[in-house]
Design a protein around this ligand. Sequence first.
Ligand code: FAD
Length: 516
Amino acid sequence: SSAEAGLYTASDQIVLLTPENVESILVNSTAAMVVEFYASWCGHCIAFSPVYVSLARDIKEWKPAVNLAAIDCAAEENRRVCTGYKIRGYPTIKFFHAYSKADSTGQAFKDFSRNVRGLRHRIIDKLETHVEPWPPACPPLEPTSQAEIDNFFETNNIQHLALIFEEATSYIGREVTLDLLQFENIAVRRVLNTEESLVTKLGVTEFPSCYLYYPGGNFTRLRVNIEARTFYSYALQRLPGVVRSGKPPPVSLHILTNNTDEPWRQFNKSRVYMADLESTLHYSLRVELAAHTVIKGDALTSLKNYISVLAKYFPGRPVVMNLLRYADSWLQKQTADQISYEAFRDILDNKAQIPDAALPEGVRWVGCQGSQPHLRRYPCGVWTVFHALTVQANSGGSSAPREVLGAMRSYVHNFFGCRACAEHFENMARESVAEVDTLSSAVLWLWSRHNRVNNRLAGALSEDPLFPKIQWPSPEMCPACHTVKDNGEHRWNMPQVLPFLMSHFSSSSILTDYLD
Ligand code: FAD
């Protein structure tokens, strides 16, 4: 189908338009829509597509106010749609106001920049051209004044008001306003440096800077490492009382003990626990694999590779390592093209009673505990195990950069119970895992793909309100990992990220609390 042949997939957070859905999406939408009309054979479109995907990731939080879509005009079945919107060249980007009529052909972006920042600014400019009706989910974007602030708490039942002081040409205030639109208990307004009474009252000398303003006129400066959009948005989304719309307010860990049948185990959110790694092995090998009574062909090769990387790089206790090496050598000796799960299970349970070898039974989640029994746990453990494996392979000098990622990819493909996850992961791997050519780039590849998944899932039903999906590590966990480019855009400080990952997942930093 055209959706598969086109430049975008369902996991790109871009609405894929078809003749069937185009009307329901573009006509009378409560959100403004930005649509890229492209041809999959056009070189400029292919070159532009990663920018558009990055843009979708960058303004994901703005969706209720403005959403991105795309359509492949090269696909025969889409020709009528593209002709109808008067598309003559590719790529064309058009903006559709909220509540556009059926006869609207949108407004083309003329000479648009081929970078995320320029496009994001253009989208804000277009949003501001809305005359009534304004997209209902879009907060006000115009600068505020002393008079509006004076009345703010009389007309709004909101705990926090964030004021971003900036120059007229700056977009940060509007960007942060939109970044927070899906969060309750907070409003963001921009204040221009020319708004003298407020600037003087708060004693503002730096532009941009962000202040929290409270009823009665109290205010405090928002503390951030760098005065830039990402840092403001991250800090504001995490203020006490600020919650994602439609999510239950985070309850205290104390009350949480009632939601799962186990007692809550106190833990440090910025550490890795051996209990999670061992629980993951138990669940993976004794529960997930048990769904396959016979393991053969590709699946058998996949199991062999998985156990082999575990035997080499799992940062486990000696008894666990002995069991993994025993299972590995047993598997390597199986020359038939299939094994029964029963036989493998006897090895895992050490029926032969080889000395000092065991894989602990059962799960005991610690860093991967969830506030509800259906949240976190096993998938959290799977990520943690594979990050630890890429890190151990890097410090232990594997000779094959993609050894761990290859084993992970085929394990996920053959066995991971979440089939949609497996499909998304396979898409990412197919797209870029071939670029991994060193052991350290394997560590970084997994880190950056995990962050993509975090971006896609932020706000999803599977997100635990107590453990919001963030671009990890947070500025608190690793201040040096975060920096900005000259133009203020967030940039990961790669020379700091790698050592951070190496240390975070190193065997000497793994905590052994809650083990038997
Ligand atoms: P997780 O994302 O599971 O992360 C676990 C821990 O790893 C975090 O608590 C943090 O300490 C650390 N961490 C976070 N980000 C990074 C990073 N970038 N690098 C290193 N460490 C990090 N769920 C879906 O709903 N849809 C999907 O398509 C989907 N695909 C998945 C694909 C794979 C391969 C896996 C293993 C899981 C997938 N999941 C998917 C599940 C989802 O990613 C989470 O694992 C799950 O929602 C639990 O989230 P969590 O809060 O425990 O954090």
